[in-house]
Design a protein around this ligand. Structure first.
Ligand code: GSH
Length: 242
């Protein structure tokens, strides 16, 4: 059986990481049995989560895991899409992973209040004499990556404004369809769901979240995906629930 390594539930989400969520939803889409274990990024062959073990083979990175599922199990996540639609779905995925995702990182890790509420607790189990240093180092590393992503070079409002352009594009693409590319979910829906749910979780306060809540079709979409793939999970993205 496949083992999926992720962070686990937290921050008001069934899985803390958008990338692990993507892979978990894709495993569910493919109807593959898996068990899930908690891990931290250094345990992964590529230093990031998710990774999976499948028949004694480790595969890291959500996109390579998807490729592995497609080739080993013959499941086509984009069945029903023509070549042009597949290309569009790929382009939207890149936009989410390389642009929208970083705005989420900024809101979660760089904003001091959200950091203190969330990511700081990753280190609660560390020995007391190194705990604060580990927290500081991790936040510094993530802030540096945020800068290198390009988005983090802009002011605290400009970065969000740029990300909102991408979220607007997703909202327009979704329109009044149930899923991004039509009536059935495709591989990129797993990616979009992971990132947008991560922004909308009521656990963190941010302007990014406030503004994303204005895209009503995206909030309804996340609710729909949550219901379909995590039916037992008590989700509401509404502010009143915070
Ligand atoms: N390209 C990777 C990105 C995965 C990723 O960024 N994972 C984050 C958690 S959301 C991580 O493990 N970060 C730790 C680090 O970069 O040190 C994928 O698609 O799996």
């Amino acid at each position: 059986m496949i083992t999926l390594y992720g962070f686990g539930a937290g921050f008001g989400l069934p899985e803390i990481s958008p990338f692990v969520t993507k892979t978990e939803v894709q495993l569910k889409m493919a109807g593959l049995a898996y068990r899930k274990e908690r891990a931290m990024p250094p345990a992964s062959p590529k230093g990031q989560l998710p990774y999976i073990d499948d028949d004694a083979r480790s595969i890291a990175d959500s996109t390579f895991i998807r490729a592995h599922i497609e080739s080993k199990y013959g499941f086509d996540f984009d069945a029903g899409l023509d070549r042009q639609q597949r290309a569009q779905a790929w382009a939207f995925e890149r936009m989410i992973e390389h642009h929208v995702y970083w705005a989420l990182v900024g809101a979660r890790w760089v904003d001091p209040e959200n950091f203190a509420k969330g990511p700081t607790h990753f280190f609660d189990g560390a020995p007391e004499h190194v705990r604060d240093k580990l927290r500081e180092d991790a936040q510094f590393r993530v802030a540096e990556n945020y800068l290198l992503s390009g988005l983090g070079r802009h002011g605290p409002d400009d970065d969000v404004d740029l990300a909102l352009r991408s979220l607007f594009a997703l909202s327009v693409q979704l329109g009044d369809k149930p899923f991004l590319m039509g009536d059935r979910p495709c591989g990129t829906d797993a990616t979009a769901f992971g990132a947008i749910a991560g922004i909308l979780t009521p656990f963190f306060e941010s302007r990014l979240r406030d503004q994303t809540e204005q895209f009503e079709n995206l909030t309804a979409y996340v609710g729909r995906m949550m219901q379909q793939y995590y039916p037992g999970f008590a989700w509401t993205s509404l502010r009143q629930a915070a």
